[in-house]
Write a protein that binds this ligand. Structure first.
Ligand code: ZN
Length: 285
């Protein structure tokens, strides 16, 4: 069942858990997430970046996700991850995405508010939810590169003003996580999450959550995080399983045989995350 991002995150907020938002690029990844969410009865967000849409084509992404939402009996949202381009965001809305992210975080507060507000007005007029970002999350995600020096934490008072002025449905905050693979162990500012949660009425989103220790993620959920983005850990499971299989079976050319273990490993990874986030068994009818 396809629902809006707002519906999924409000349920999470009322019941004190976080929803896994998993990045999708192809059929096997979508099937892996579907299997995990279906088995664990977990509401889930399938999200595509602008890069994923460019790779697979928006018709394939929306077609695969809509089919999944019909086949698997859990609430699902189709979300655009890190929309930076007005036309791209409009294309997603027109093609049936139920949620979009406008990432104008590279701009100053005032300009971020202006750009976000514009997307909120259009998206809300057709019942699509909006996530925005305040503060700068470090690391690399597709074409967005933020160095460690550029990364800045979200200010709670600015977050309060931002949400009030823009009317967004959820807010991605910078609290120490980064996109991509971590070199050391990430330091997540749990107190800052609590402070922001106290003054911001909408659900909070944690990006760059792959590789973050599970006890830290559990603390983040307790502090008020309601959407947790996972991309890198799925990629690692996919690539690891393919490499192992090809090394053990160098003569194999059947894509089905090569990709089947990768799909199974990705499903295991997603299941593990869902349990940590506390969203297992939370699907509603
Ligand atoms: Zn992100």
């Amino acid at each position: 069942m396809l629902v809006t991002g707002k519906q999924i995150l409000e349920h999470a907020d009322q019941n004190g858990y976080a929803v896994g938002a998993f990045n999708v690029n192809n059929m096997e990844i979508i099937q892996a997430i579907a299997e995990a969410a279906g088995d664990l009865k977990a509401p889930v967000i399938l999200q595509a970046s602008q890069g994923a849409i460019k790779y697979a084509g928006i018709e394939y992404i929306t077609g695969l996700v809509k089919t999944t939402a019909e086949l698997v009996d859990v609430p699902m949202a189709l979300h655009l991850d890190h929309g930076t381009d007005f036309d791209e965001i409009m294309k997603c809305i027109r093609n049936g995405f139920t949620s979009v992210m406008i990432d104008a975080s590279k701009h100053e507060l005032e300009e971020n508010i202006r750009l976000t507000k514009e997307i909120v007005r259009i998206a809300h007029s057709v019942g699509v939810s909006v996530e925005a970002e305040l503060g700068k999350i470090g690391g690399t995600e597709d074409h967005i590169v933020v160095s460690e020096a550029e990364a800045t934490y979200t200010d709670p008072e600015e977050a309060r003003i931002f949400v009030e002025e823009t009317g967004v449905d959820s807010l991605a905050i910078a609290v120490g996580t980064a996109h991509g693979v971590y070199k050391g162990e990430p330091k997540v500012d749990i107190e800052r999450i609590k402070e922001i949660d106290r003054v911001v009425p909408v659900p909070l989103v944690l990006h760059g959550s792959s590789g973050v220790p599970y006890d830290t993620l559990e603390s983040a959920v307790k502090a008020g995080i309601r959407k947790i983005n996972i991309d890198t850990d799925i990629r690692a499971s996919f690539a690891g399983a393919v490499k192992e299989f090809v090394e053990a079976n160098p003569g194999e050319i059947d894509p089905r045989k090569i990709l089947k273990p990768a799909r199974a490993r990705m499903a295991d990874t997603v299941k593990e995350k869902i349990k940590v986030f506390g969203s297992d068994g939370k699907a509603w009818k």
